[in-house]
Design a protein around this ligand. Structure first.
Ligand code: SAM
Ligand code: SF4
Length: 315
């Protein structure tokens, strides 16, 4: 499916809940979110119908996200339904990992191909402070459970927080010496609770290259520039939503947990899909894709126009 600028749109990021068992300081307010009523949130059947209609329009890759997708009731059924769609070649899920000890096996069996696990620190006290109450040991148990369930090439998402976790860059990169993982450092985007954080929190991904001078460039994968430490089993990825623009090659659309299609992460425009089925749903998706803007102006304007927090959009 082509948008108005000739870009091929083949990737759907589907948020299945706005709730989360953590309150990461850059993502959610301390008091949590004002939870939407259950009837406002896409049902299990709605989630599968949206993915099916997107697949009929040309989407071949789906990422399930949130909030925390693993707190969503019916998450395994949602994944099974999407994995069964014949057009879907890749089903991925992004999670904080804390509930993987119970769910990694069922998700694998349901057809999830790949997991991204978010982990911003390897220090227990810092972890509890950043997530406002999460336990590092749960996240590490989740990583182990994912490997045991057969998820081999895990991606670890580390948001760079200047003055908070940049002293751990080398420790995270060192994980790739033994593990065939892609450890991805992501520049913090000024949205929601972190929109007005001081400038020093927003670190350029170049900090990773200066802290780890042994990293060698080895190409790119999607939006990540890839590097490798000499002889390492895995790779280090740099994702630069701030200092580099992805808009020219953007292949994605997002659907929020309350069923609104966002053609661009950082623009306010949304197209309601909830309650639609069949041809009407496909027509709404095509109309939203046709209206996808050329790009956003996050770097110039210094703030997102999304009018929603990340926990509602899913990253
Ligand atoms: N709860 C799941 C998790 O944490 O992986 C999925 C949802 S979370 C919103 C998806 C990703 O967005 C996480 O890797 C998180 O660190 C990232 N994220 C949230 N707010 C961000 C921001 N302002 N800038 C960059 N990344 C952000
Ligand atoms: Fe929850 Fe993920 Fe946001 Fe952290 S980043 S509060 S784990 S949704």
């Amino acid at each position: 499916m082509r948008d108005g600028f000739g870009r091929d749109i083949s990737y759907l990021r589907l948020s299945v809940t706005d709730r989360c068992n953590y309150r990461c300081r850059y993502c959610m307010p301390a008091e949590g979110v004002c939870k939407r009523r259950r009837e406002e949130i896409l049902s299990v059947e709605d989630c599968i119908a949206v993915a099916a209609a997107a697949a009929a329009c040309g989407v071949t890759k789906v990422r399930v996200t949130g909030g925390e997708p693993l707190v969503r009731r019916g998450i395994v059924e949602i994944c099974r339904g999407i994995a069964a769609l014949p057009q879907i070649r890749e089903l991925c899920l992004t999670t904080n990992g804390s509930l993987l000890p119970q769910l990694a096996g069922p998700l694998r069996e349901a057809g999830v191909d790949r997991l991204n696990i978010s982990l911003d620190t390897l220090r227990p006290t810092r972890f509890a402070a950043l997530t406002r109450g999460g336990r590092l040991e749960d996240a590490l148990a989740g990583l182990a459970a994912a490997e045991a369930a057969g998820f081999r090439q895990l991606k670890l998402n580390v948001v760079l927080l200047g003055g908070v976790n940049d002293d751990e860059i080398a420790d995270f990169a060192a994980l790739t010496r033994e593990k065939p993982w892609q450890v991805r450092f992501i520049e913090l985007m000024p949205m929601g609770p972190c929109a007005d954080w001081p400038r020093e929190r927003f670190l350029s991904a170049d900090a990773v290259l200066s802290r780890c001078p042994a990293l060698q460039p080895v190409g790119a994968s999607g939006v990540a520039e890839l590097y490798r430490l000499p002889g390492a089993a895995g790779t280090v990825g740099l994702i630069r939503p701030l200092s580099h623009r992805f808009c020219g090659g953007c292949d994605r659309i997002r659907v929020t947990a309350d069923g609104r299609l966002k053609p661009c992460l950082h623009q306010a425009a949304e197209y309601p899909l909830r309650g639609l089925r069949g041809e009407a749903l496909e027509a709404a998706i095509r109309a939203a894709v046709a209206a996808k803007p050329r790009g956003h102006r996050l770097a110039d304007e210094g703030h997102s126009r999304a009018q929603r927090d990340m926990n509602e959009i899913g990253g």
